[in-house]
Design a protein around this ligand. Structure first.
Ligand code: CIR
Length: 252
């Protein structure tokens, strides 16, 4: 069960965050409403949510997932691969230090939390444009010291590993066709999203409820057929900025 979450409000300059997508501009008022619905949903699921104020120094600052990797024993503060996001970690470290032992990914290692998928006591670490081998190796050593196993997965054609795969409980994953072919994920039951619904592969399991982005009916119906409780949330503005449901919180 998750009991705690940290989120950070999107700031007025949210639209100036990183994204290769130049065709659409997010609407900050709509983003704030969607963010509020996300917080309300976590609270409804009995998660105590700490809401950090926006900081306009960091237009991508609402994507707090990338700043830390949480385990039952420690919080590992990342070193984001995107230079504009590197200093986002300090504020989060100050908050996490109140009830976690901190570990740190250090230069020249880079790592973003969106590249880290935990399943039980195993962590899959994506090697992406944001997470380099050095950062992944540092994380692996830290995890090993706390009794966790880990393995690396090459990430191509998407921002982060969790842009394309989510664990939805038991031994079941939702994932994109590309990731579904990887050796690493063969042992799991796999629900493969249609390419047109690939954004919906980023979903978030919180206290027996699966938060899914609204607007992806095929995968939603298949998940419902498995008997899972689904809560749909409009993520349109965060999608424009390459963010998804997992990106908006740190949960423990
Ligand atoms: C970025 O490019 O860093 C942000 N615009 C989106 C980050 C999304 N985070 C995530 O997938 N964990």
């Amino acid at each position: 069960m998750y009991k705690h979450a940290i989120v950070r409000l999107p700031g007025a300059n949210f639209a100036q965050g990183l994204t290769p997508n130049t065709r659409e501009t997010p609407d900050i008022d709509r983003a704030l409403l969607q963010h509020e619905a996300y917080i309300d949903t976590l609270r409804h699921l009995r998660v105590e949510v700490k809401v950090l104020e926006a900081d306009e120094q960091f237009p991508d600052g609402c994507f707090v997932e990338d700043t830390a990797v949480l385990t039952d024993h420690c919080a590992i503060i990342t070193n984001p691969g995107a230079p504009s996001r590197r200093d986002e970690v300090h504020r989060l470290a100050d908050v996490l230090r109140q009830d976690h032992t901190l570990e740190f990914i250090q230069e020249p290692g880079t790592l973003e939390g969106g590249d880290v998928l935990r399943i039980g006591d195993h962590f899959f670490i994506g090697l992406s444009a944001r997470t380099n081998l050095e950062g992944a190796t540092q994380l692996q050593s830290i995890l090993e010291a706390y009794g966790y196993s880990s393995s690396f997965v090459e990430v191509q054609g998407m921002l982060h590993l969790k842009s394309g795969v989510a664990h939805i409980g038991d031994d079941c994953l939702i994932l994109t066709p590309e990731l579904a072919e990887l050796e690493a994920f063969q042992p799991f039951d796999r629900l493969i999203v249609e390419p047109a619904e690939s954004y919906a592969a980023n979903c978030l399991l919180v206290n027996d409820h699966l938060l899914m982005a609204s607007g992806y009916p095929q995968i939603r119906n298949r998940v419902k057929e498995t008997g899972r409780e689904v809560i749909e949330l409009d993520m349109s503005e965060f999608r424009i900025m390459d963010g998804g449901l997992t990106c908006l919180s740190l949960l423990w």
